[in-house]
Design a protein around this ligand. Sequence first.
Ligand SMILES: Cc1cc2nc3c(=O)[nH]c(=O)nc-3n(C[C@H](O)[C@H](O)[C@H](O)COP(=O)(O)OP(=O)(O)OC[C@H]3O[C@@H](n4cnc5c(N)ncnc54)[C@H](O)[C@@H]3O)c2cc1C
Ligand code: FES
Length: 511
Amino acid sequence: MNQQYQQKAYWRESAKLPDYTCLEESRATDVVVVGGGITGITAAYLLSQKGVRVTLVEAGELLSGTTGHTTAKITAQHGAIYDELIQHFGIEGARSFYDHNDHALEWIRQTVSQKKWDCNFEEQDAWIYSGTESSMQQLENEQKAYQKLDIPFRTASKLPFDIPCKGALVMPNQAQFHPVKYLAAMAEEIIAMGGRIHEHTKAADLQEDEDEIQIIMESGHALTCQHVIIASHFPFYDGLGLYFAKMKAERSYLLAGKWSAPDPGGMYLSIDNTVRSIRFFSYDGSRGIIVGGERHTTGQGVTTEHHVEALREFAHAQIGPVDFSYHWSAQDYTTLDKLPYIGAVSNRHPRVLVATGYRKWGMTQGTMAAHLLSERILGISTSSADLFDPSRFHADPALKKVISINADVAKHLVKGKIEEPPIKLEELPAGEGSHVKWNGQNIGAYRDDDGMVHAVDLTCTHLGCSVNWNKAEKSWDCPCHGSRFTVDGEVLNGPADKPLQVIHTVKEIAE
Ligand SMILES: Cc1cc2nc3c(=O)[nH]c(=O)nc-3n(C[C@H](O)[C@H](O)[C@H](O)COP(=O)(O)OP(=O)(O)OC[C@H]3O[C@@H](n4cnc5c(N)ncnc54)[C@H](O)[C@@H]3O)c2cc1C
Ligand code: FES
């Protein structure tokens, strides 16, 4: 594959993280946190501060998930959302959502300032703008929603660069930071307070009785606890909460590079059909720019090259020449009604807590989820618990969404294995993957740089849709519920919890 399109993520490359050992024994603790992203680390930090014994387990390395691949805007302005929230949850519900996100931003601000964490925290205004006449009505409705909710704002008629803009709505006093530096500092404090962190420790199963909960790792070691927080992005344990049927996985792309022109400040997001996200940041002693967009359902859509080039062309045409040294992609989940799922994983498991579905706004929502879940464990009740309860069901518009998400899934199940026309194995170049025809069968094949073919059955082990090749990350992605697998079939993202079946004749195929 063209080297130009290989993933290179800025945040993880520009921050140092210590290594944490894997779990090598079974033992007891008060709370187990599964997942080392912003939700898990913040929750472990808050509980450790209260003297709770916490053990955080991370399947890979800390911050290797979406938090290490985010844009890291910290804002309560989550696109144009408040008008829609008022329609579905009323003024009180929409205001409560704003307040929670605003408090999360304020908590991050205060914590960074008090602890003096070096994480490039910067105050910035957050902008949403309409690039076309057709999205102006939405912007006007959003402005009215801000007025109803008493959210501070100002309007603008143009952006500080040459991007077409019909109008903009600005939420002042928001922020941005380096997410890995911020959370690495927090992780160090968890250890200093007596908490434990284990990397390369994947939670595989959960068993619960009246007295305790056991989290069983892939290694066979188990942690016994009173509460568990599932912060694994897609919940590793479903508890019959049917998360795969009530969340949609979407991937987006980011480019980052040095910015030589004066920095106009601000964090920008278009609300047109073609979404674009822009922000500036501290980059190797000068300024850098991040440009994002090109979202699509995981496992569906066109090639990585197309998405990266579309963003590059947009930047060059409308912002100015940038030498983008980094590009990466990541995914996040959107719930049926666009509010996150925070609370008991299902009604049957009140001590098994989950937080997910942040719709690409997890810096504040992950922080607020950590607060809500740790307060719940500490016995502090919050009036907003019902708003985010994963077991809620709002008929309007959730029902339509359930039908449309699952109709889309059904389409992929029915289409079976013909999503991409298969090529011949000998046509597969090194560094590439594709559906290939082999012995009359369609299989998934990746040829590594040594010429060895890694071949898998294309059937997703979750519910049987056919996986597609993702060039950027060299993975097999499922278009139905967003599961992702390595070239050797190992699970990268759930809901699937079993690997793709490896075709046992890899060497034979390679010959
Ligand atoms: C392109 C993009 C841009 C974004 N930009 C912004 C932005 O500007 N502002 C904003 O607020 N939000 C943004 N978001 C959203 C935000 O980054 C995410 O919502 C947030 O990082 C999710 O955090 P998390 O802790 O829930 O998950 P993650 O960060 O994914 O952490 C989950 C962790 O759990 C681990 N794990 C999984 N399964 C297991 C298991 N079985 N056992 C142990 N560990 C496990 C994973 O390895 C992972 O490290 C963006 C998202 C994307 C995709
Ligand atoms: S993720 Fe559900 S079928 Fe693949």
